[in-house]
Design a protein around this ligand. Sequence first.
Ligand code: HEM
Length: 165
Amino acid sequence: MPGFFCPTNFITLAFKSNFMYETIQIVHSYLAYVVLAILFLAVANAIMGWVSNKMFTMEKDLRLSLFALIFSHIQLLVGLLLFFISANGLKAIQSLGMGGLNAPARLLAVEHPFINIIAIVLITIGWSRHKKFMEGRKKFKSIAIFYGLGLVLILSRIPWGQWFN
Ligand code: HEM
């Protein structure tokens, strides 16, 4: 049957969107390991630099903090995409309403996206602030505090049960 209403068109479309959702969900899921690991390293490195009053180097300290920033931003974009196409994101809010979501559904659709956006804003503020300082100690302090807060917020709203299932 020719034309847009041909059933095969709908099947192809459904298959494509399902494939797209699954791919993005897998990317978001694996990228989470990279983001958490790199953020953890950046925070640990900044705390050590701050406490022991080290010099802030371009090769190691700047690179590590920049990679943590870039990967968190990529995860933010992938997460936003997922929020709009996943049945556990915006669609869950639209179909059940805010009040209709139980605790695990609320974590996925509301708390995880909202808190993670705030966390990535904090990480971005930490990065911008560190550039204003000349002194290594102040640079490390800005990264340690803002990236650290971001990391704690991210860890507080990971859907652990679903991730490891
Ligand atoms: C650094 C930030 C983030 C980390 C580490 C992270 C991590 C994760 C993990 C581990 C999962 C579970 C994946 C799985 O079931 O295999 C998940 C699910 C999800 N994330 Fe994120 N995420 C982040 C940011 C975001 C943001 C900013 C949004 C949206 C604005 C978002 C939206 C979602 C949605 C909608 C799901 C549920 C997907 C589904 O089950 O269909 N995430 N995230």
